[in-house]
Design a protein around this ligand. Structure first.
Ligand code: FAD
Ligand code: SIN
Length: 529
């Protein structure tokens, strides 16, 4: 058994930022990450990070934009804290080596995205996430207190209640699969930070990388931790249309710089849906595209930035320009075929502003957490900001907790694996994986109905029964663990969606089109014991 002061699950912006801060206080930290260290949604973030840095902007405007996008469900105290902490966290990113793009006159270049009343998105060209990931990984590599364990997959928490120990429930550690050896190890620590990112892979089409399988949410839920607002799945309006499952993102910043959505008749249709046209919040734009596609029967709409010069497009959006070229499209000369794709989970583990969850010793940060910042719809580029802010406050929470809960390693039971590994049965995994993704895409996507949700629930319950049987009998492997987590996450999304008898933010249902007067969170929690 390996023991640490703190175990961090995940090596995106949330996990790395947090790890650096607790390690700076001399704590022994393990970062467990299921693929290679840079593989994360963070690494693909394009548009940038929202923060008030310009003379013409102010906190009240950023707060107001966040609240408007969140459609009545944001926690205003959380919004104020996160927004006002923004400039300090940006300075910290600069100190670890992130070089945000400047204008020719030396001032910082600020992008504009949907729902923002001002230009306030700091960026590194259109490769902001990769620049942040690289800088943070470099800093982590130089810390003598951090051990990075790549290709290690966190399976489940070990808690006092699971071991039937007396007293209040608390985290004791984790079971972790070494993906290369196939051995499951027991890791002990009084503090575990879940920073496992989003859930995009639960849908057939997503902008998210393969790691986004909702592991942290499923792990916390199985340990009896409260999860909320899972119905609020953000569909990004403009992913490159392709026949493959991968949907390359065309950043909203492209519309911020003047690109226009057009239907197959060439009409710039967004004006018909919202006075803010192409820069309306994402839920409105994604629904408008969905409506246009349903009306015309087309497989996609078009994004048009051909009125701008090739030189300027290449300079501002080098990776998007290249990504389109790879797909055979020169975006300076041709319109880009785009469709909405699953992009971001606004719900997640119920998490306070200090990153604590309802379980002692368990913290959450980043996309896995639901703090109340995003409400029913996240304002663009607020997620990288939230991750930095929570990593900062979470580090303080961890250090305080460690003062009274030092590392007294307890004997913990070893993992008992199922003993069957039958390659013929692997076809079940592939089949169920496909069925889950299609079910979620067809019945639980942008426009919902009670009937579609019930239909999805029945199918997902069947998949849950099959995977549970499989899980207890077969040796664990990443594909099985991810499918088990995705099925759990799908159930949580559907449960929350069925609780909401109204249309609000990203949850739009034809059976309850109006918004109720009082905004309430939808909550799910399993009996802990
Ligand atoms: P991630 O960066 O996803 O990291 C999760 C980590 O957890 C990974 O290292 C993963 O391997 C690991 N992990 C997961 N499960 C396990 C497990 N069981 N065991 C071990 N390790 C595990 N937001 C913005 O604010 N601005 C943007 O411009 C922006 N652009 C985006 C563009 C794209 C294409 C995408 C997909 C998202 C974008 N977002 C953007 C959203 C934002 O990037 C993410 O919300 C944010 O990066 C999440 O950070 P994170 O640290 O919480 O998770
Ligand atoms: C984008 O660049 O459009 C993505 C920004 C975000 O998800 O916040």
């Amino acid at each position: 058994m390996k023991t640490y002061d703190v175990i961090v699950v995940g090596s995106g912006i949330a996990g790395l930022s947090f790890a650096l801060k607790v390690a700076a206080a001399g704590k022994r930290v393990a970062i467990i990450t299921k693929k290679s260290r840079a593989e994360s949604s963070t690494n693909y973030a394009q548009g940038g990070i929202a923060a008030v840095t310009s003379q013409t902007d102010d906190f009240e405007l950023h707060v107001a934009d966040t609240l408007t996008a969140g459609d009545g469900l944001c926690r205003e105290d959380v919004v104020r804290e996160v927004v006002s902490a923004g400039p300090a966290r940006i300075e910290e990113l600069k100190r670890v080596g992130v070089e945000f793009t400047n204008l020719e006159d030396g001032r910082i270049s600020l992008h504009r995205e949907g729902g923002h009343s001002k230009r306030r998105i700091l960026h590194v060209k259109d490769l902001t996430g990769a620049a942040i990931e690289e800088a943070l990984l470099h800093a982590v590599a130089t810390s003598e207190h951090i051990e990075m364990l790549e290709h290690h997959f966190a399976i489940d928490l070990i808690t006092r209640h699971k071991l039937q120990l007396p007293g209040p429930d608390a985290v004791l550690g984790l079971y972790v699969l070494n993906v290369h050896t196939g051995i499951v190890h027991t890791f002990g620590a009084p503090v575990v930070m879940l920073a496992t990112g989003g859930v995009g892979q639960v849908y057939q089409f997503t902008t998210n990388p393969d790691i986004a399988t909702g592991d942290g949410i499923a792990i916390a839920f199985r340990a009896g931790v409260e999860v909320r607002n899972m119905e609020f799945i953000q569909f990004h309006p403009t992913a490159l249309f392709a026949r493959t499952k991968d949907r390359f993102l065309i950043s909203e910043a492209v519309r911020g710089e003047g690109a226009v959505l057009r239907n197959s008749a060439g009409e710039a249709f967004m004006k018909r849906y919202d006075p803010r046209a192409d820069l309306a919040p994402r839920d409105i734009v994604a629904r408008a595209i969905d409506a246009e596609m349903k009306r015309s029967g087309d497989e996609h709409v078009w994004l048009d930035i051909t009125h701008q010069s090739e030189e300027s497009i290449r300079d501002r959006f080098p990776s998007i320009y290249e990504g389109c070229l790879k797909a055979g499209i020169n975006m300076a000369k041709e319109m880009i075929p785009v469709v909405p794709a699953c992009h971001y989970m606004c719900g997640g583990i119920t998490t306070a502003l200090d990153a604590s969850t309802g379980l002692d010793g368990l913290l959450a940060c980043g996309e896995v957490a639901c703090t109340g910042l995003h409400g029913a719809n996240r304002l663009a580029s607020n997620s990288l900001l939230e991750a930095c802010v929570l990593a900062h406050s979470g580090a303080q929470t961890a250090l305080t907790y460690l003062e009274t809960h030092g590392n007294e390693p307890l004997e913990m039971p070893h993992w008992r694996d199922g003993d069957v590994r039958d390659p013929d049965e692997r076809v079940v995994l592939h089949h169920n994986w496909d069925e889950l993704k299609r079910t979620m895409w067809d019945y639980v996507a942008i426009v919902r109905t009670d009937k579609r949700l019930q239909r999805a629930r029945t199918r997902v319950q069947n998949l849950q029964r099959e995977i549970t049987e499989y899980y207890w009998n077969f040796k664990v492997e990443p594909e099985l663990l991810e499918l088990r987590n995705l099925i759990q996450v799908a159930e949580l999304i559907i449960d929350c969606a069925l609780q909401r008898r109204e249309s609000r933010g990203l949850h739009y249902t034809l059976d309850h089109r109006e918004k109720l007067d009082a905004a309430q969170d939808s909550i799910v929690q399993r009996f802990r014991g």
